[in-house]
Design a protein. Sequence first.
Length: 118
Amino acid sequence: MTDIRTRQRPAALNLTASAYARIADLMAKAPANAIGVKLSTPKRGCSGLAYSVDYVTDAKPFDEVIATPGGTLYVDGGSILYLIGSTMDWVEDDFAAGFVFANPNAKGACGCGESFTV
């Protein structure tokens, strides 16, 4: 019998404890048909791509699936190449709250921070 050792694939996206907690909060308030939340990078904004997090009701074949303690995060299969190695955080202050991304693939961002380019 051959001993085959498989190497664990590194996570495509890293999440902070705050991001995990926010996903759990979103899933606690999710519509009945939601199976998780999905991160994608649609084309929009000054720089070309933006981060979008929405409820998802069905998984697509090429979506990256990240199990979290509070629910499942799906990453759009067409967006994953733009996000590899990124860290997703949830930040709240007196004026705003939202997911924040430290993306090593981003080569630039617009002045307001709403979109990025690779």
